[in-house]
Design a protein around this ligand. Structure first.
Ligand SMILES: Cc1ncc(C[n+]2csc(CCOP(=O)(O)OP(=O)(O)O)c2C)c(N)n1
Ligand SMILES: CC(=O)[C@@H](O)[C@H](O)COP(=O)(O)O
Ligand SMILES: [Mg+2]
Length: 605
């Protein structure tokens, strides 16, 4: 028999067999395990340290997977995975082919929701409970675990509106640690603070909507949580069990982390809590610094975040201009339409999101901002392949989605110099929305242009060679494009590499340049279907450009977690793969001649 309590817990059944007096030791061992594994791999440490006792109680009271335990956002499901037989897999946490950092149905029947976008759990629970009723499976309980941050998302209240009236016995476990990254904002936060103080005269928000309310419960007292969960299950009606927890509990470096209680960490030294990886100045910091600089000169510039002030680089802005930054909670739809209001009121709002979370607010961008030609600028961090956060975190849809929005202009800087330039250009646009997108992490070296032609940067020309291939690179894919040009030039292939900077709508100069080359390839760190390459192909067809236009981008698939470079390579977005694609596709076209340079190319800057 294993010498540790944790070693004996190979699944929920063994957990249920443990004597209650063994549970504190189990909790301690789980915390030690989490610090060890998450510091080694990176991931969500603070959120999971906060739900150790809560998750133990959940799996002792309920009978997963017959009972369905649904985690909102899913970043706090590591303890759930430890207790459902996956301890050994934690050495592969968030690695390609390894354990996902979120529930993953292929990993376990105990996992249900893989989407890491917040505020969805109560809607899943509502649907599951309806299905159980209609299928005669009402013995299966439905438990949704939602954080106080996720509860600030509108979908959660749409679901509560239905749960309260429906009478279906859904158990909502509110994991209230008082924060998302920062302390949770808004009137709801104030209400929860009053409830946590165990004193809210009269019916609270949940009871007013028709749900029962049990709490506040000390979320770190296993017996108390078990009792509350059993009481909730006996009620046979929708109920909120309000558990008060502490994010980062039990690991001093997390508890003392003023920023975000080690919400999400890289590889750390567990003894010191310090990063083991050197981080180069990244895109996010460059954006934040430039926005601050511009805002100092332009009082009409304001900024919005959806509960991610520091992750999107706005903390400096907030310190300098506290009255001009708005944290709306995890509420991207509200953020966008509130920005429309700010713009209608004469300001120039900058809505700062991770690209993947833009998906949630496309209608608001389309019908609340673009329809009214409002000057709102969207800054999309983590655009393109992100990597370890997996399928619902890759920022791979923004180009295709924004390409459908009339009047939307989208820029993709190739380096931080262009980021500053394009942010300034975006904030000078007053007759419609603009968007700027850049990837996660470190920004590479500056890539200067040879010349600029009607806004399009010419990065490389193979002199005195036929105009065989036009490589249109978007954003940071300028690097692989230039690498491919070098490889092709060694084979006598004439290559021109251009960076349009403003990638949507298609720059007219691009169709002109395409008309002078045998083949055009467009590289994009986004889904190929409906992306920039598709738009360029359509523009070239409309302009009767003879040569073929091919989009090199991401396949229309949900991409699992892994490392960004490997995923890009798998999609043919490396210098060698691009050269191979060009060489193969050139074979299908007729050889070109070496024409004189076009009069449209201005003198080098
Ligand atoms: C729609 C959406 N926007 C933003 C995020 C980024 N995000 C991940 S976790 C998190 C905070 C969640 O806070 P809470 O629900 O209280 O959970 P806790 O981390 O406190 O356990 C945020 C904003 C997200 N996952 N989904
Ligand atoms: C769960 C969630 O949505 C965020 O915590 C996200 O994982 C952060 O991603 P970064 O680590 O790229 O900031
Ligand atoms: Mg929280």
């Amino acid at each position: 028999m294993s010498s540790t309590v944790l070693g004996q817990v190979t699944g929920p059944r063994r957990l249920k067999e443990l004597r209650p007096d063994r549970l504190p030791a189990l909790a301690d061992e789980i915390r030690e395990f989490l610090v060890d594994k998450v510091c080694a791999a990176g991931g969500h440490l603070g959120p999971n340290l906060g739900v150790v006792e809560l998750t133990i109680a959940l799996h002792r009271v309920f009978d997963s997977p017959v009972d369905r335990i649904v985690f909102d956002t899913g970043h706090q499901s590591y303890v759930h995975k430890v207790l459902t037989g996956r301890q050994a897999a934690f050495d592969t946490l968030r690695a390609e082919g390894g354990l996902s950092g979120y529930p993953m149905r292929a990993e376990s029947p105990h996992d249900h929701v893989e989407n890491s976008h917040a505020s969805t759990a109560l809607s899943y629970a509502d649907g599951l409970a309806k299905a159980h009723r209609l299928r005669g499976e009402e013995h299966r309980r439905v438990i949704a675990v939602i954080g106080d941050g996720a509860l600030t998302g509108g979908m959660a209240w749409e679901a509560l509106n239905n749960l309260g009236r429906g009478g279906r016995p859904v158990i909502v476990v509110l994991n209230d640690n008082g924060r998302s990254y920062d302390p949770t904002v808004g009137g709801l936060a104030d209400h929860l603070t009053a409830l946590r103080a165990a004193g809210e005269p009269g019916p609270n928000l949940f009871e007013t909507l028709g749900l029962a309310y049990l709490g506040p419960v000390d979320g770190h007292d296993i017996a108390a949580v078990e009792e509350a969960l059993r009481d909730a299950a006996r009620l046979g009606r929708p109920v909120v069990v309000h558990c008060v927890t502490e994010k980062g509990r039990g690991y001093a470096h997390a508890e003392e982390d003023e920023a975000d209680r080690m919400h999400g960490i890289g590889v750390l030294d567990p003894a010191t809590g310090r990063s083991r990886t050197a981080s180069s100045p990244g895109w996010t910091a460059a954006f934040g610094a430039e926005l601050e600089r511009i805002a100092a000169e332009r009082p009409e510039v304001v900024a919005l975040t959806a509960a991610m002030l520091r992750p999107v680089g706005l903390h400096g802005f907030a310190e300098r201009f506290p009255e001009r930054v708005f944290d709306v909670g995890i509420a991207e739809q509200h953020a966008v339409t509130s920005a429309a209001g700010l713009a209608m009121g004469g300001l120039h709002p900058v809505v700062c999101l991770y690209a993947t979370f833009l998906n949630r607010a496309v209608d608001q961008i389309m019908m609340d901002v673009a329809l009214h030609n409002l000057p709102v600028t969207f800054v999309l961090d983590r655009a393109g392949v992100t990597g370890p956060d997996g399928a619902s975190h890759h920022g791979m849809w923004d180009l295709a989605l924004l390409g459908t929005v009339p009047g939307m202009r989208v820029a993709a800087p190739r380096d931080t110099a262009r980021l500053a330039e394009l942010l300034g250009e975006a904030l000078s646009v007053q007759d419609g929305p603009t968007a700027l997108r850049f990837p996660k992490g470190g920004a590479g070296p500056e890539i200067p242009a040879l010349t600029r032609m009607e806004g399009v940067d010419i990065l490389h020309r193979t002199r005195s060679r036929p105009l065989d291939v036009l490589l249109v690179s978007t954003g940071v894919l300028a690097g692989p494009a230039l690498g491919a040009a070098e490889l092709l030039a060694e084979e006598g292939v004439g290559v021109t590499v251009v960076d349009p900077r403003w990638v949507l709508p298609v720059a007219p100069a691009l169709t002109h340049l395409a008309s002078r080359h045998r083949l055009t390839l467009c590289l994009e760190d986004g889904i190929r279907a409906g992306g920039v390459g598709t738009a360029l192909a359509q523009a070239c067809a409309d302009a009767r450009v003879p040569g073929p236009v091919h989009a090199l981008g991401l396949r229309r698939e949900f991409l699992s977690h892994g490392e960004r470079p490997a995923i890009l390579a798998d999609h043919g977005l490396t210098a060698r793969s691009v050269a191979d694609s060009a060489r193969a596709l050139l074979g299908d076209t007729t050889p070109a001649r070496t024409p004189a340079p076009s009069s449209r190319e201005r003198t080098p800057r």
